[in-house]
Design a protein around this ligand. Structure first.
Ligand code: BT5
Length: 243
């Protein structure tokens, strides 16, 4: 099939969270590739129960996927990095930006977050939530978010066409999802080779991010000489230091 992603679009002016709506639609049998889009989210969510600011002007959407689970070639844990890579390449292709993906789910411009991904898996249903700060004035975001965030409007000093952005995003996501199913997804992650601090629920580690394995885990060579495989957590880039 040519275009899977976005073959059905459910549009809302305001929802609590597009991921919640998509999960419900998926349970009710919505077809793979269905996308839920909202102008605003009242309770946008990040990982680990964090909140995601979602004022009007942003792009808040969730995609329903049903890849064949158990396929070793296509581990679903790669999906946040794949979605992030697609967002970065879409922004760079359309606007000549230098957006890049920080492991495991952030799209940054410089070191400021312009987009975040929240993937939720329930049985064989996967919802990939994508938030992009598009036509948002930075000062409409909460003060604590403003410190680490940016928006396309701030970077480009003008508003973008959300329709053009969404269309390009769907088309690139479609291509990459096909590659993913064949085991050929392309992941560009700027965390590799950087000195990083990793924060997990249990611990804090500093080291060099050596690579991302085939499941999306980060392979960290720590300062005290051990090699750790990190499957989930937060990452802070400490250096630009490619080596
Ligand atoms: C994420 O979590 O980055 C995942 C964000 C996913 C949002 C999309 S929007 C469509 C779909 N529906 C949802 O309900 N969610 C998804 P995490 O890595 O945990 O980052 C969360 C942190 O980012 C927060 O604690 C804030 O510090 C920061 N943050 C909140 N809102 C932001 C924004 N609009 N832009 C940049 N940073 C933000």
């Amino acid at each position: 099939m040519k275009h899977l992603i976005g073959r059905k679009i459910e549009y809302f002016t305001e929802v609590d969270s597009t991921n919640d709506v998509a999960k419900k639609l998926a349970k009710d049998g919505a077809c793979e590739g269905t996308v839920v889009i909202a102008d605003m989210q009242k309770r946008g969510r990040g990982r680990f129960g964090r909140s995601w600011s979602s004022p009007s002007g942003g792009i808040w959407l969730s995609v329903i996927l049903r890849p064949e689970i158990g396929s070793e070639r296509a581990p679903i844990s790669l999906l946040p990095l794949i979605a992030g890579s697609v967002v970065a390449s879409t922004l760079n292709g359309l606007y000549g930006l230098n957006a890049h993906v920080k492991w495991p789910n952030d799209v940054l411009i410089g070191e400021k977050k312009v987009s975040g991904i929240l993937t939720e898996i329930d049985a064989n249903e996967i919802v990939v939530g994508i938030g992009i700060n598009a036509n948002i004035d930075l000062n409409t975001l909460p003060a604590e978010v403003r410190k680490t965030a940016t928006t396309l409007k701030t970077e480009l000093k003008k508003e973008v066409s959300k329709t053009a952005l969404i269309n390009r995003l769907f088309s690139e996501l479609d291509d990459m999802y096909n590659r993913f199913k064949e085991g050929n997804a392309i992941i560009n992650c700027s965390t590799i080779k950087k000195r990083v601090k990793i924060l997990t629920k249990e611990r804090e580690l500093i080291g060099i991010a050596k690579e991302i394995d085939e499941t999306g885990a980060l392979i960290l060579h720590t300062e005290d000489g051990s090699v750790e495989r990190i499957i989930s957590g937060d990452c802070i880039h400490l250096s630009a230091g490619a080596q």
